[in-house]
Write a protein that binds this ligand. Structure first.
Ligand code: DGL
Length: 270
């Protein structure tokens, strides 16, 4: 497949969480066009099985490749944990995911070699963070906490509510107990409540999120392959959603903190 440098970067998440990655990408790569696809019609991914997540991720990657994406970015930890190797084997373009970039950052950052991971049930069950961290330093103790309902509370319209705070407190308590000095926000939704989580974890704990690490990786991939856009070009970003486009626009604008124009609806199976 011949790749055109003018082609967009394709990016997807189950909803608005990936906008944290989009934001960092727009800042790091202002010349690139980005097409962002939110699978809001099938949100949340956290309680889904591995097979379901592989099927969804495959379908969304196919949509982005069909629209000419030169690389596909899986801006969702649950989908990355379940499906990244499958997507990479099958896709005609490079597929980049989360998990590895944050694992690397966490291993570099920890001083006491005790790292916490907050993630969805699907990501915790996959064991991918433990593997990725141990690939880099087998001596790091990893304490994983699944946070059922937290991404839903964030995306559900009231991200800064008492309900979200209760879930955040329950998630952070075992990490405080375990004495971790570094915590991976292992779901792209969680940086949207970073201040809340940081308060519960304590100011001395370093929190690591995927966005900046992944944006760096996208930049390096494009540079090394010679697929960057002309620096004179001002990058445009466009949106696709599988659920209600107006709801996506409203929530998305709030989280991206940039204007979101028209959102195109795309149909997916199931
Ligand atoms: N933002 C996603 C993740 O990074 C998924 C949250 C969800 O859909 O449950 O895991």
């Amino acid at each position: 497949m011949r790749v055109r440098p003018e082609a967009p970067i394709g990016m997807f998440d189950s909803g608005v969480g990936g906008l944290t990655v989009l934001h960092a990408t727009l800042v790091r790569l202002p010349h690139e066009d980005v097409a962002y696809l939110g699978d809001t019609g099938r949100f949340p991914y956290g309680p889904r099985s591995r097979d379901e997540l592989i099927a969804y991720a495959r379908e969304l990657t196919g949509i982005l490749v069909e629209r000419g994406a030169k690389v596909v970015v899986v801006a969702c930890n649950s989908a990355t944990a379940a499906a990244l190797p499958t997507l990479q084997r099958e896709s005609p373009v490079p597929v980049l995911g989360v998990v590895t970039p944050e694992a690397r950052a966490a291993v570099q950052a920890t001083r006491n070699r005790r790292v916490g991971v907050l993630a969805t049930e699907a990501t915790v069950a996959s064991g991918r963070y433990v593997e990725a961290i141990h690939d880099l330093d087998a001596g790091v103790e990893v304490v994983q906490v699944a946070c059922p309902g937290l991404a839903e509370a964030i995306q559900g319209g009231e991200p800064y509510s008492e309900r979200t705070l209760e879930l955040a407190q329950a998630a952070c308590a075992p990490l405080r107990e375990a004495g971790v000095d570094t915590v991976v926000l292992g779901c792209t939704h969680y940086p949207l409540i970073r201040h809340m989580l940081q308060r519960e974890l304590g100011a001395e704990v370093q929190t690591i999120a995927a966005a900046e690490e992944l944006a760096e990786e996208i930049a390096a991939t494009l540079a090394r392959k010679g697929w960057q856009r002309d620096p004179e070009h001002r990058g445009a970003y466009t949106f696709l959603a599988t659920g209600d486009v107006e709801a996506f626009r409203a929530e998305g604008t709030r989280f991206l903190q940039l204007p979101i124009g028209a959102v195109e609806h795309v149909d997916v199976t199931g």
